[in-house]
Design a protein around this ligand. Structure first.
Ligand code: 5AD
Length: 327
């Protein structure tokens, strides 16, 4: 669907008709990507990060958290277990931890590929040479949120980082033939509805294959501890508009939505989302990967997420769940 900025702003601001919006996005989702919900096994393999993003619980200056880094063997065996559990995609996510250099990561990717899974990397900004090497080693997809397209806000929130550089990284990833995932946070301090509308048009413009949208949730051990944070409702409206703008892409029901409401992900699946990324780490690691507070720390095997998905008439996708472009 083609919507201009003015129309997007109007829809995002219309709290009174949000139910209709969610229903419409749900219908567009069903017509374009069907009832399958694709599960991705998420492995958060290191919470060590060189960056200092003001919103993020694993920022470098947060000295109150215990840092961990899985060994190569542990990361590979966790991926193997996830593959045995039936996951057809493994998402390898970490802080920007440079211990995991090109050689190490390529070695790991090659080994994990043998488990017959698609691999998504979510490890932040790297060089072209590294992105290229990871791709050649077998990585299929790359996930990196732009966070916001308001450059002034970005530079306030991500000190010592460059919006332009992040954007260029996304272009490199695309050029190398990865499926590209990006996304934003909703409800950042000083972020306006106009700016969220720009974000959505940006994601369409760079033609993402996947768009992750979640509320900003203030973390007590960060400089933004006292800020208000985003609401589930505005996040769901933003996600629903994304579905209208890009009917055939993959859209995850994000974990941050679940942090704000026990049914957050189910609500998202009924408002345009078609992907869920259950964490396959042990609970000990999950607790240490606290990007924001109240992040669910239930292991996948203990969770009833599959039952919940089936209870709303949806089925678990059996394939790799790649983006199928319709036009
Ligand atoms: N609230 C919500 N999302 C957050 N992220 C990081 N910190 C927070 C927070 N406090 C998101 C960012 C990042 C992704 C991995 O987690 O969008 O890209």
């Amino acid at each position: 669907m083609i919507l201009n900025k003015k129309e997007i702003i109007r829809i995002l601001s219309d709290e009174r008709r949000e139910q209709q919006l969610w229903q419409k996005a749900n219908k567009v989702r069903q017509e374009n990507v069907g009832d399958d919900v694709h599960l991705r096994g998420l492995i958060e393999f290191s919470n060590i990060c060189r960056n200092n993003c003001m919103y993020c619980g694993i920022r470098k200056d947060n000295k109150t958290i215990c840092r961990y880094r899985m060994s190569e063997e542990e990361l590979i065996s966790t991926a193997e277990k996830a593959a045995q559990m039936g996951f057809k995609t493994i998402v390898m996510q970490s802080g920007e931890d440079m211990y995991y250099n090109k050689e190490r990561l390529c070695r790991i990717i090659e080994k994990i590929k043998k488990f017959d899974v698609a691999i998504t990397l979510s490890i932040g900004e790297r060089t072209y040479e590294e992105y290229k090497a990871f791709r050649e080693a077998g990585a299929d997809r790359y996930l990196m949120r732009i966070e916001t397209t308001d450059k002034d806000l970005y530079h306030k929130l991500d000190p010592n980082m460059s919006w332009q550089h992040r954007y260029e990284c996304l272009l490199m990833i695309k050029e190398l033939g990865y499926e590209l995932g990006s996304g934003i946070m909703v409800g950042l301090p000083e972020q306006s509805i106009e700016s969220i509308a720009d974000d959505l048009l940006f994601l369409k413009d760079i033609s993402v294959d996947m768009a992750g949208i979640g509320p900003f949730i203030p973390h007590p051990q960060t400089p933004l501890a006292k800020e208000t944070g985003g609401t589930l409702e505005l996040s769901l409206r933003t996600m629903a508009v994304m579905r209208l703008l890009m009917p055939d892409i993959n859209i995850p029901a994000t974990t941050a939505m679940e942090s704000l409401h026990p049914q957050g992900r189910i609500k998202a699946l009924q408002a345009g989302a078609n992907v869920v990324m259950p964490n396959v780490n042990s609970v000990e690691y999950m607790k240490l990967y606290e990007l924001y507070p109240h992040k669910p720390t239930q292991g996948f095997s203990q969770s009833d997420i599959v039952k919940k998905i089936e209870s709303i008439g949806r089925c678990i996708g059996k394939g790799y769940g790649a983006h199928q472009r319709k036009n």
